[in-house]
Design a protein around this ligand. Structure first.
Ligand SMILES: [Zn+2]
Length: 285
């Protein structure tokens, strides 16, 4: 048994796969695992980007999830997987969740696999915009740090990673929730000034995003040739001021030329201890 090989990192949305497992799950319904797939699954531990939908043979795929086969042959799906992705002794699968009444294909059958491309494009645009907005926020907030902390790939204090509570993409954009708590203040972050200077920070972020989009920089998901679903992949974007780079399991547009605009909306929590960033891209015609 081997981990599923995935092609979504290169932007693929169609392909073929040989069925290696298919079963009817009591809550997920019919699930099909193929040896390789262009479908992006929602991660079971950090569910930021939703699973792809599309078609597997003649059947609609209504979601794509992670499945794992344990050392004793036990099968677990989605959040019921008891270990972290990549844990030794487990086989890691991408499972296509078919519409309720679908027939289960037999093991060994070859299936055509077609991702819904317009939805994938919108999710990819949301994911790329989310990373750009995070880097722009890190840069705009640089002056609010009184101590040295870890920096992002462009050299700014990594507020995004240090304060991130959750991140979720949808077809319209992304919603990122940050916590500005006691531990962040101890690290030297002035969240009170962040709140006071919010309008100026948002303006700086917006201007930075415009400048980056104008560069039409290429975006790549780098997997160093390892196409297993468990491989560590990195999002990279060759911006004019350096190569942005961060770990990422999602899908992305091929170039910033695919985005005509990215807008951010910042909402501080009532008590000032948190921030919600809504990022919305516009896909270029
Ligand atoms: Zn990502």
């Amino acid at each position: 048994m081997t981990d599923t090989l995935v092609t979504f990192a290169s932007g693929a949305t169609e392909g073929h796969g040989t069925v290696v497992a298919s079963w009817r799950h009591e809550s997920f319904g019919p699930l099909v695992v193929t040896d390789q797939t262009p479908f992006h699954p929602v991660d079971h531990t950090w569910p930021d980007q939703p699973g792809d939908v599309g078609r597997c043979g003649d059947s609609p795929v209504i979601d794509t999830v992670m499945a794992a086969r344990g050392p004793e042959g036990e099968l677990a799906v989605g959040s019921a997987i008891p270990v972290k992705r990549g844990e030794d002794g487990w086989t890691w699968w991408v499972a296509h969740r078919l519409a309720g009444g679908s027939d289960l294909p037999e093991v060994g059958a070859t299936m055509s696999l077609q991702v819904n491309t317009s939805r994938r494009l919108r999710l990819s645009a949301a994911h790329t915009s989310c990373h750009l907005a995070a880097l722009a926020m890190n840069r705009a907030a640089t002056r609010l740090w009184r101590k040295e902390v870890r920096v992002d790939s462009l050299g700014s204090p990594d507020l995004d990673q240090l304060a991130m509570a959750s991140s979720a993409m949808d077809e319209e954009g992304s919603t990122d929730v940050y916590r500005f708590g006691k531990s962040l203040r101890k690290r030297g972050f002035d969240s009170i000034r962040f709140s006071e200077e919010l309008p100026a920070i948002v303006d700086e972020v917006q201007a930075q995003l415009l400048a980056w989009l104008a560069s039409a920089a290429p975006v790549l998901v780098v997997d160093d040739g390892d196409t297993r679903i468990t491989a560590l992949r990195r999002w990279t974007c060759a911006l004019p001021d350096g190569v942005a780079d961060m770990p990422c399991g999602g899908t992305h547009v091929a170039s910033l030329a695919s985005l005509s605009r990215v807008e951010v909306d910042y909402q501080m929590a009532q008590d000032g201890a948190g921030l919600t960033v809504r990022t919305t891209p516009r896909v270029a015609a």
